[in-house]
Design a protein around this ligand. Structure first.
Ligand SMILES: Nc1ncnc2c1ncn2[C@@H]1O[C@H](COP(=O)(O)OP(=O)(O)OP(=O)(O)O)[C@@H](O)[C@H]1O
Ligand SMILES: [Mg+2]
Length: 507
């Protein structure tokens, strides 16, 4: 008898069904695995054999042929272990009931027969559900991840023995209870109330987050750039369940998901170091894993000391910054991951940090300054909607007792502005102003004559690109939304222009 067990595999974030077929034949004992398995699947032999024996079942001494169908797609990971073991036990008559036919079976086995967690469970379950599969057998450790998906029946187990007892109808158990998801409270490491002065920078940060705009802070050492960036998690808009699921799929595939939590409850704030490789940043490698820019999806990617990052790493950000997705080429196919993040970056204007300052003297040679700034290409800077100067904090601001506004108050305004945007773009597949298409810009950023005049003179003065022009319109739309204004007014355009023109780094 050929035991055919349903399982699932992943291609990027999309799942596809895999049938595990086992055929037992008399002949010299052998274990053949076909159907484009990777090394981890090939090694399943040792795990499955030990797990079956250590669970007091019989491992057939026969010619065993295992096929993972469809045979023409590469399959990865140890998530087929359980399906292979069940298929062998069905083929050898140790599982007699037909119950196994109802389930998609997922799980890795340890040598003693315990079930281990697998990566990518959530995207597999969601894809399977879309294809009409609603019943699952999964490892207990992954239980939380499945518990937020409605419309499915999933059973979680600790060991192979428990799964076999259940499939043989010798024991019954309750399916995982569906839970309701709730975003977590914010726990930012810094709060706006602790940042003295820097009112323009704080305002710029609020606008950036409200409209999903990229922001670059330029200033001398110790002016509070890193501190301001650390405040960002505290003012990010509330996370929705749909967004949380998108983030969780990526985190699940790359194995960074907190399994005790199941589904992500906070917007990501990723801070890759400047020594990170291009693959770590954008994704790739043998398994085409998502990189930092995808792990930052629906959240923030913070690049501190921007010119320290290798130029070619920064250049690879250009496509994702424009399209909100990253495409990774593999040997035979390409994988696309979402990478829709707010880029928050900081830098000094030169190696000593004082270039362009009215108060301090820059000790760098002109060539050192141009080499430093040369790491940032024009096209990259063009994709950053907001570029601000974060100057030295004034003594009076540092010493004066003031009541600085806390992040919670800023967040409230951000949430209001985001609500307006969600309402505006309902059904259009866009969630914030920064992602408007040119058609949407035409529709939602209508300018009167005075606005047009201001924009025209800035366009000529700063030699703006067409992209720069549209980005100003988007930022102006966000400023109007923060005010609750239905139309963009001249003061909104003027403020948006002021947030984009740091001549010393754009020239
Ligand atoms: N505006 C400010 N209000 C209160 N404290 C500040 C402010 N700016 C800086 N500080 C203090 O100075 C420390 C250093 O600031 P921060 O690291 O943010 O500077 P930076 O601009 O990132 O400098 P660098 O360019 O060297 O990275 C902060 O941890 C904080 O204690
Ligand atoms: Mg810093």
């Amino acid at each position: 008898m050929v035991g055919i067990v349903k399982s699932f595999a992943l291609d990027g974030l999309k799942g596809f069904p895999v049938e595990v077929e086992v055929d037992l034949n008399s002949g010299l004992p052998k274990y053949d695995l076909v159907g484009l398995p990777d090394k981890a699947i090939k090694e399943s032999k040792e795990r499955v054999q030990s797990a079956i024996k250590n669970s007091a079942f019989m491992f057939p001494i026969k010619k065993i042929t295992i096929n993972l169908a469809p045979a023409n797609i590469q399959k990865e990971g140890a998530g087929f272990d359980l399906a292979i073991a069940i298929s062998i036990l069905v083929s050898s008559g140790q599982i007699k009931s037909r119950r196994y036919k109802d389930f998609v079976i997922l799980g890795e086995l340890s040598l003693d027969g315990k079930l281990r967690s697998i990566t990518g469970l959530l995207p597999m379950i969601i894809s399977a559900k879309e294809m009409g599969q609603t019943k699952f057998i999964i490892p207990r450790i992954n239980e939380k991840e499945a518990s937020f998906v409605s419309g499915i029946t999933a059973y979680a187990f600790d060991s192979l023995i428990d799964v076999v007892d259940f499939l043989n109808e010798e024991s019954e158990c309750e399916p995982i209870a569906i839970q309701t998801w709730k975003p977590a409270d914010v726990d930012a490491s810094e709060d706006f109330s602790r940042v003295r002065g820097q009112y323009q920078a704080k305002r710029a940060m609020e606008i950036a987050v409200a409209g999903g705009h990229n922001i670059l802070m330029v200033g001398p050492p110790g002016s509070g750039k890193t501190m301001l960036a650390k405040c960002v998690p505290g003012i990010l808009p509330d996370l929705t369940f749909e967004e949380a699921l998108e983030i969780t799929k990526i985190h699940s595939v790359s194995g960074v998901l907190d399994l005790n939590q199941g589904v992500v409850t906070k917007r990501p704030f990723r801070t890759p170091h400047h020594t990170s490789t291009v693959i770590a940043l954008t994704g790739g490698g043998a398994k085409a894993n998502p990189g930092e820019i995808s792990l930052a999806h629906n959240g923030v990617l913070f690049l501190d000391e921007l010119p320290e990052y290798p130029r070619h790493s920064l250049e690879t950000l250009r496509q994702p910054l424009e399209d909100g997705v990253v495409t990774i080429a593999r040997a035979q196919r390409t994988v696309t991951y979402p990478a829709n993040f707010i880029l928050v970056a900081s830098m000094n204007p030169c190696p000593c940090g004082n270039y362009g300052s009215k108060e301090a003297v820059c000790t760098c040679t002109p060539s050192a300054v141009s080499k430093y700034l040369g790491k940032l290409s024009g096209p990259l800077l063009d994709r950053i909607d907001i570029k601000i100067d974060v100057g030295r904090v004034k003594f009076i601001d540092l010493t004066q007792e003031t009541n600085e506004e806390p992040s919670s108050a800023v967040k409230e305004r951000v949430n209001k502005a985001r609500k307006i945007q969600l309402e505006r773009f309902k059904g259009e597949g866009v969630f914030c102003n920064a992602k408007m298409s040119s058609k949407q810009i035409k529709k939602y950023c209508v300018l009167d004559d005075e606005c047009k005049q201001i924009l025209e003179s800035a366009f000529e003065k700063f030699k703006m690109s067409a992209r720069g022009y549209t980005r100003i319109l988007k930022v102006a739309r966000t400023i109007a939304d923060l005010e609750g204004a239905p139309n963009i007014k001249p003061e909104h355009i003027a403020e948006a222009i002021g947030l984009r023109t740091i001549e010393k780094i754009t020239l």
